[in-house]
Write a protein that binds this ligand. Structure first.
Ligand code: CMC
Length: 429
């Protein structure tokens, strides 16, 4: 009968080993028994960029990259995007179940009543240069939140953890909107507790002299859906940063700042910004073939295409593409949409992209919607970070409660020189 084990023969020693296989994985530490002698540390697995290493067992998000499937806690992303609110989804990610009506009311109240930030936040926000990138301002100001909550180091009391979760989910949009208005040189708009999570965010971004800001329902819902689609994506670069930094026991404000910094990169959450810059640079349909040729020649990437996990159409991109029409019906249509559609059509028919299984990812169309909402490209990664804060916190809470997790500390294969004696400055070649 087939056994769930892996038989290994070490040709260096002639010894054989049998390692258990659980859930399709061997434990890397089981390799340590494979040694050539008492001084040998034991066999390591070498995996730069974590191409084939599971760092955790997680019950939060499921992705089948070949089939283009994404579930949060078992619920298909399509159903959540159609029926749920962002706060319901955030609750689902963090606590594992959809909230009851009572739980949702309490959760919404908690988030709504933690949106204010200390008045001193405005002082350090004012210290940023007038054209500072909004994502840098968000990263820095989230890190600075930890100065207001010095008791927030890892604490295993769920009530204490939940308080930091309320604060972060509530305050990140406030900081994001302050950063946006600082760049414009405009006064900061305080949170409005009568509005929804996304409605309040739109108010903090766009409120002018009117007494009460009224978000357009289609725009509010579009943002809600975009937030749902971006809320979590299992063990990506920023989530790994959240878990890794959080594993040191630091407060979650510092860990979220680290995760947001990881998200900022153009290969991750900065890709939506890069997509829009790319579409603007292409400018017209007639220039697409030359652009695609340059990508194939290795002169740059087709931003918004490709994914480490999806080797099929990203299900989030499909939902965003459908939603774009609804948004453009109430805003002005994006002049770049025809360029994006034609670029996608050409790429999906091109052998280079087909053979590498490169499909549009979540970032390919999201930027066009953000642009239609009147937001500058510098806000795009910020709009990714706001909802992803819920995912980061869900992953952090799971990690903190996981008895198997310890401080994250990868091994290395040392390739530097052996021991040598110090050379005084005057004798160095
Ligand atoms: N344009 C052109 N070629 C590409 C692209 C692209 N966007 N993505 C991958 N390739 C090529 C790559 O050059 C390589 O070719 P070859 O085998 O000839 O060397 C092959 O496809 C495999 O790519 P890879 O770099 O080994 O794949 P990866 O899993 O390390 O990278 C990725 C994944 C998302 C970083 C990459 O596809 C990429 O840089 N895409 C553009 C940036 C982007 O849109 N990022 C957003 C990701 S979704 C949002 C998020 O979760 O952060």
């Amino acid at each position: 009968m087939a056994k769930d084990t892996l038989a290994i023969l070490d040709n260096r020693t002639g010894k054989s080993y049998e390692l258990p296989i659980t859930d399709g994985a061997i434990r890397a530490t089981d390799l340590r028994q494979i040694r050539t002698g008492p001084d040998d540390f034991g066999l390591l697995s070498y995996d730069p960029a974590f191409m084939n290493t599971a760092s955790t067992r997680s019950a939060i998000t499921f992705i089948d990259g070949d089939a283009g499937i994404l579930h949060y806690r078992g619920y298909p992303i399509e159903q959540l995007a159609e029926h749920a609110s962002f706060l319901e989804v955030a609750y689902l990610l963090i606590f594992g179940e959809l909230p009851t009506a009572r739980a949702l009311e309490d959760w919404t109240w908690q988030i709504t009543h933690h949106t204010w930030v200390h008045e001193n936040v405005k002082t350090f926000m004012d210290g940023f240069h007038h054209d500072a990138h909004t994502m840098s301002m968000l990263i820095s100001s989230v890190a600075a939140l930890s100065t207001f909550y010095p008791d927030a180091k890892v604490n295993h009391d769920p009530g204490h953890q939940d308080l930091q979760i309320y604060r972060l989910i509530a305050k990140v949009p406030t900081l994001a909107a302050f950063a946006y208005r600082h760049r414009l040189g405009q006064f900061y708009v305080y949170p409005d507790n009568d509005l929804s999570y996304t409605g309040n965010f739109l108010s903090m971004l766009f409120k002018a002299t009117e007494l009460k800001y009224k978000p357009q329902p289609a725009v509010e819902r579009a943002l809600e859906v975009l937030f749902i689609l971006h809320a979590d994506h299992e063990q990506n670069c920023s989530t790994n940063a959240m878990r890794s930094v959080g594993s040191s026991g630091v407060d979650p404000y510092s860990a979220v700042a680290a995760a947001a910094a990881a998200l900022y990169g153009p290969l991750h959450g900065g890709a939506n910004e890069a997509v829009l810059r790319m579409l603007r640079a292409i400018g017209s349909i007639s220039r697409i073939p030359d652009f695609v040729k340059s990508v194939k020649a290795g002169e740059g990437k087709l931003m918004g295409f490709g994914h480490r996990v999806y080797k099929n159409y990203d299900p989030r991109a499909r939902i965003i593409k459908r939603m774009a029409d609804e948004v453009f019906a109430v805003t002005r249509p994006s002049p770049l949409l025809p360029v994006a559609l034609e670029l996608e059509r050409i790429a999906l028919a091109d052998e280079y992209f087909v053979s590498r299984k490169l499909y549009p990812n979540v970032d390919f169309y999201s930027g066009l919607i953000y642009e239609a909402l009147g937001l500058p490209v510098e806000m795009f990664p910020v709009l990714f970070a706001i909802p992803r804060t819920a995912g980061w916190l869900a992953q952090w809470k799971e990690m903190v409660g996981d008895a198997e997790q310890k401080i994250a500390r990868p091994r290395q294969i040392y390739t530097g020189p052996g021991q040598r004696d110090f050379v005084p400055l005057g004798r160095r070649a």
